[in-house]
Ligand binder design. Structure first.
Ligand code: NAP
Ligand code: 3JM
Length: 340
């Protein structure tokens, strides 16, 4: 770790994830010598606050990474494909929040509580990929179980917040609710249908197999992060009218039986995961109360009624924090502690 700190670029700093990225860097006192917020031409000159100072947004371009040590990307997959290699060429290590490089074999895909050792491979491409938000929240609960007894099969259904689709999507839910209350027609621009008072079983584009890209991210990323290609994952990803924090209903089948009491202990011992599971007192995780928190919360832990070695649970995490910005900053923390 360098005593004089690091020059950190945030590509996509004006977005939903980028904004949280700046807050998380501040909160965790990441050793930033200079911050460089980058975004599209539209945002050039816009003022953002960082550590009490006003900083001007610059345009994301290949030349913006001169002198940058660490580049945190959350400006979409095509921008990552275009500019991450240029950032590495300029000497910056990239932590990428998009799906652009996640499944490339020589790019590490990392959740620091689960597979920090994978970061060592960053030297090949200069890119460390941050997993998809739903994958991170789900794996924060699955990883400790998998360490206890190998996971054979997972059925996961997500209830994903609108802010996972970006700042404009968050605005759309607010505008629809206001329009509904005023008795006006509801504007529908970001999502394919009205999201207020609705549930959309459709996130990202559909593939030939009937699953969406978002669902296939969960299948493929789970196997890569848990380093086990035999794990079978059956996903359904759903958008719900919640502002922030994704919830996932998970059914898991393990090789050995994991009794509920053991699962609770295994979950509770895992850093970054908290058990909130007291149905008699109406204690279970909910997005409204998990939003803004760093930890993921698991509850409704119960034995499956249909298979012998099955467990069911409900896990919730702030997808802008642990699902994106916090996980990326944690990766950067491991990077500077061990490698830079
Ligand atoms: P958002 O609120 O729509 O923000 C997008 C950001 O990208 C803005 O800063 C925007 O700048 C910038 N941008 C867009 N087009 C650009 C261009 N042509 N050149 C330069 N900058 C451009 O979206 P978000 O929710 O923050 O998500 C951003 C990306 O992060 C997603 O596309 C996704 O790849 C990734 N993401 C990952 C996770 C995860 O789970 N790891 C979760 C959510 C998102 P302007 O303000 O100037 O338009
Ligand atoms: C979350 O540019 C894009 O198409 C980005 C779409 C996107 C992604 C992605 O594929 O990178 C929006 C929200 C993600 C993600 O984490 O996979």
């Amino acid at each position: 770790m360098r005593q004089d700190g690091y020059v950190v670029a945030v590509a996509g700093a004006t977005g939903a994830v980028g904004e949280v990225m700046l807050r998380v860097l501040e909160e965790r006192k990441f050793p930033v010598r200079r911050i460089k917020p980058l975004a599209s031409e539209r945002s050039v000159g816009k003022i953002l606050k960082f550590q009490g100072e006003e900083i001007k947004v610059e345009q994301l371009s290949a030349s913006a990474f001169e002198g940058v040590d660490i580049a945190l990307f959350s400006a979409g997959a095509s921008r990552s494909k275009e500019f991450a290699p240029a950032a590495w060429k300029s000497g910056a290590v990239v932590v990428d929040n998009s799906s652009a490089f996640r499944m490339e074999p020589d790019v590490p895909l990392v959740v620091p509580e689960i597979n920090p050792h994978a970061i060592a491979q960053y030297t090949t491409r200069g890119i460390i990929a941050n997993p998809n938000c739903t994958t991170i929240v789900t794996l924060m609960a699955l990883a400790p179980l998998h360490r206890y007894s190998r996971i054979k099969r997972v059925v996961a259904s997500s209830y994903q917040a609108v802010s996972g689709a970006g700042a404009k999507a968050l605005e759309e839910l607010k505008r629809q609710v206001r329009a509904w209350a005023a008795g006006e027609p509801l504007p529908v621009e970001v999502f394919p249908y009205q999201i207020a008072f609705n549930v959309l079983p459709h996130i990202d584009a559909f593939q030939e197999n009937g699953y969406t890209n978002e669902e296939m991210k969960l299948v493929n990323e789970t196997r890569k992060i848990l380093e086990d290609d035999r794990i079978l994952v059956s996903p359904t990803t759903v958008r719900v009218p919640v502002f922030t924090a994704h919830s996932v209903s998970v059914h898991v089948e393990t090789e050995q039986k994991i009794p509920v009491a053991t699962a609770r202990e295994v979950f509770a011992a895992f850093p970054g995961l908290r058990v909130l599971d007291d149905p008699a007192n109406k204690q279970y995780p909910m997005p409204l109360f998990v939003a803004g928190q760093d930890d993921c919360f698991v509850g409704r832990i119960r034995e499956d009624l249909a298979v012998p070695n099955g467990l069911n649970f409900w896990v919730v995490g702030d997808q802008l924090r642990k699902g994106a910005a916090l996980n990326a900053v944690q990766i950067a923390e491991v990077l500077i502690e061990r490698y830079l």
